[in-house]
Design a binder for this molecule. Structure first.
Ligand SMILES: *Cc1c(COP(=O)(O)O)cnc(C)c1O
Length: 497
């Protein structure tokens, strides 16, 4: 199977090239030229399979230029039992009509591990296939979780350097510590004076700077991305939607062939887009419920067809969803327009110049057919954490809580009786101050984040992820803060000297 660009439907690259480049030189994102189909009989065969086996099958459908052994090696190296406890995607039965898919059982306690533990391996194979002799520089803009997961995935990977930019004051204390303590000879972590969109825009500009990329190429360097604009980030995420569906069958919540809803706490639209691909492949999906915090650009888009980033940026207790430009919407528009890359180009030119665009009636109708948007503020989010904890002793993090609240609202008002799976994107300990506050535990502001972790654990009997408590003893290695317009300058100095 070959890949086109959302801004050039005639381009053709292999999946190895798409993964190695990260983003197309025309500024577009790589997209498969066709969507493979999965029959119910294949699903049936995978019912008894473990996550690794399921991953091999699904990944092979998209990565057709990888051999089975290559895929197998990548999967085995990424999803090991000691890194994901008890398993990569852990299904929890919560109510009669709703379950939770815990995707944060990996090394950094956020769902980004699901893709970023395997991406370095997929990229390593891609580089060998493409006969690239030089060094790959991974650039990452992060709202907190991607940065650490990418650092963990790429630290000390030969022939790579990884540079992570995060918004100074835009990430939680634990997220900041996780990144600032990262060890490895090839890792660079920078705080940017600005918000996540500033960091993401800065990284996109570096990718789009042809002259700079040529200078790098002359020295045998090439840039790649670990953000969800990289196809190698997105494709591993398709797997867990299939896996969740199979687990719901195995837990007697549904029968093979029944449709279900997925409820996804959304930021850059990567996670929920993976669900959309799964649906397109034939996974029986009814609705995709898109949950946002008060940065409600997606809520407005999905309910009106107008994408308008001209609005205040709000810092919330779910910082990984504090986003105004959701990159993966571009892939969705490409699919819904029937691969009309000219139209996609027009929309994104408008977004750049006017800060908004309006999709045509056909695309809007297609959006409305599948997506149901919700948005909730911090108070509703905390109430959702409090309520589920009180009723079921189940602890939600601040992002998943937005989705749980969307599920609750949807169940109450839609009349839709399908089973729903709420995708859980982070361990509650990653956002422990707000989670503790939500369940009525006191946290003194003077306390260290580790005291807060211990309070939350003592109060709930949930245990702190080991990698998180061990942060307390690690030295802080990265402290540099830079202005948002100096990001390229920094990369240039670091690499070209
Ligand atoms: C990244 C992230 C999200 C948003 O996921 P997208 O794929 O960017 O939509 C939600 N919750 C958490 C905890 C995250 O780390």
């Amino acid at each position: 199977m070959l890949y086109a660009s959302t801004r050039n439907r005639d381009l053709r690259v292999s999946s190895a090239e798409a993964i190695e480049k990260g983003i197309s030189t025309d500024g577009g994102l790589f997209v498969p030229t066709e969507i493979p189909t999965v029959k119910l009989s294949l699903l049936e065969n995978l019912l008894a399979a473990n996550y690794q086996q399921r991953a091999k099958k699904i990944l092979a459908l998209f990565l057709t230029d990888y051999t089975d052994t290559e895929i197998e090696n990548c999967v085995q190296a990424a999803y090991t039992d000691d890194k994901f406890l008890p398993e990569p995607a852990h299904f929890k039965d919560i109510t009669a009509k709703g379950g939770i898919l815990e995707l944060w059982r990996g090394p950094t306690s956020a769902f980004k591990d699901m893709a970023l533990q395997i991406l370095p391996h997929l990229l390593g194979v891609a580089i060998r296939k493409n006969n690239n002799q030089g060094e790959t520089i991974i650039l990452v803009a992060t709202s907190g979780d991607t940065g650490k997961a990418a650092l963990e995935g790429f630290a000390n990977v030969p022939n790579t350097k990884i540079i992570v930019f995060y918004p100074h004051n835009g990430v939680s204390k634990i997220q900041k510590l996780q990144m600032a303590t990262q060890q490895g000879d090839n890792v660079y972590v920078l705080a940017v004076e600005g918000n996540f969109d500033d960091a993401q825009t800065g990284v996109k500009k570096i990718f789009a700077n042809k002259k700079f990329n040529m200078e790098l190429a002359a020295e045998k360097y090439q840039l790649s991305s670990a953000n969800s604009i990289n196809w190698g980030r997105l494709v591993p995420q398709v797997v867990y939607y299939f896996s969740a569906y199979l687990d719901a069958i195995n837990n007697n919540k549904i029968k093979l062939g029944d449709k279900i809803n997925f409820v996804v706490p959304t930021g850059n639209f990567g996670n929920i887009l993976a669900a959309y691909y799964a649906k397109g492949m034939g996974l029986p999906v009814n609705k995709l419920i898109c949950a946002s915090n008060i940065n409600d650009v997606l809520t407005e888009f999905l309910s009106t067809g107008v994408y308008n980033k001209n609005r205040a940026f709000h810092k919330t207790i779910s910082p990984s969803m504090d986003i105004l430009i959701s990159s993966n919407v571009e892939r969705l528009l490409y699919i819904l327009s029937g691969g009309n890359s000219n139209l996609v180009q027009e929309y994104f030119a408008e977004l750049e110049h006017k800060g908004e665009y309006t999709v045509n009636p056909e695309i809007f109708a297609a959006l409305q057919k599948t997506f149901v948007p919700y948005q909730f503020d911090d108070l509703s989010t905390k109430n959702a954490i409090h309520k589920l904890y009180t009723e079921k002793k189940y602890l939600l993090d601040t992002h998943t809580a937005v989705a749980w609240q969307a599920f609750t609202e949807y169940s109450k008002t839609s009349g839709d009786d399908h089973y729903s799976i709420v995708v859980s994107t982070a361990s509650p300990f990653k956002f422990s101050e707000d989670v503790l506050d939500a369940i009525g535990g006191k946290s003194e502001t003077a306390e260290t984040e580790f005291a807060v972790l211990r309070n939350l654990s003592a109060l709930t009997n949930w245990s702190i992820p080991e990698k998180m408590s061990s942060l307390e003893k690690l030295p802080v290695l990265h402290t540099q803060i830079i202005a948002k317009d100096l990001m390229e300058e920094y990369v240039r100095k670091l690499i070209l000297k």
